[in-house]
Ligand binder design. Structure first.
Ligand code: DDQ
Length: 258
């Protein structure tokens, strides 16, 4: 009897450890949904690859060879303040403002364009290894994604790599568009899904998995490339702008527990 009880106790203990371990790896991150607060119209010709709000300015980078651009608009009025086309065949990707520089990635061209944040004129270029997907600025460092489950940190002036973090779960994620939120977390969409991961970039922990599906009614036109691809926190609020490639609408949303 004594022996059986001990065996049972050990069994329960082992069970708890295994169960806890699996939970930590797979489902520890709370699930969240998206609540739409408002909508704005969006240029359906824009193959959106990056979105960021800096003060009153909404920056948007677009992709595709020969159609890549960077735009700055007044986010309150929608007035276009500046627009610059990327030289063909560069394929524009994520962008972020870091001090006096607006950095814009390219997908497979190993080139980041440095721009004047006001005129968007090119003021320099940096090269990097691998692919360029998403970019944001956090605590004086750039955070960059490359379509894997790893984030790379970079110097905001030289663009040189200064470290990296790999996700501790969700390792099949292909991290794409990034937004460095005011609370220090990084929001990343998992391409080509409608999932957004909220990440602690210091530890690589996934803090929440947000289901952003259902925003755009899929019309089954094109190559199915009209994926979610823009995340930008509205400064001083708990709301975010979400956009997508060729979406006719930009959504102002709040993330709520599922
Ligand atoms: N990425 O933004 C997820 C990094 C890449 C999207 C690729 C979309 C391909 C469109 C067709 C390319 C034609 C050269």
């Amino acid at each position: 009897m004594k022996r059986n009880r001990r065996t049972l106790a050990i069994g329960v203990l082992v069970g708890l450890v295994v169960w806890g371990g699996c939970g930590a790896a797979e489902d520890a991150s709370p699930a969240m949904n998206v609540e739409v607060v408002a909508t704005q119209s969006h240029d359906p010709r824009a193959f959106t690859q990056g979105l960021e709000i800096d003060g009153d300015v909404l920056y948007e980078g677009t992709g595709l060879p020969g159609a890549s651009s960077v735009r700055a608009t007044n986010r309150h009025t929608g007035e276009e303040l500046a627009r610059v086309a990327l030289p063909a065949p560069y394929f524009g990707e994520g962008l972020t403002r870091a001090g006096d520089t607006l950095w814009q990635l390219t997908w497979k061209d190993h080139t980041a364009f440095a721009r004047d944040p006001r005129t968007l004129a090119e003021i320099g270029r940096a090269t990097y290894e691998g692919e360029g997907w998403g970019l944001c600025t956090r605590a004086g460092r750039l955070v960059m994604s490359d379509g894997t489950d790893t984030l790379t940190f970079r110097d905001p002036v030289t663009f040189a790599p200064t470290g990296s973090t790999r996700l501790t779960s969700n390792n099949t994620a292909r991290l794409n568009e990034l937004d460095c939120a005011e609370d220090g977390s990084v929001y990343a969409n998992d391409w080509p899904s409608d999932r957004i991961l909220r990440i602690d970039p210091d530890s690589g922990r996934v803090l929440a998995v947000i289901d952003a599906s259902g925003l755009l009614p899929r019309t089954a036109v094109g190559m199915g490339e009209d994926t979610l691809n823009g995340i930008a926190q509205i400064p001083g609020t708990d709301r975010f702008l979400l956009a997508g490639k060729n979406w006719p609408t930009t959504y102002e949303v709040r993330f709520v527990p599922a």
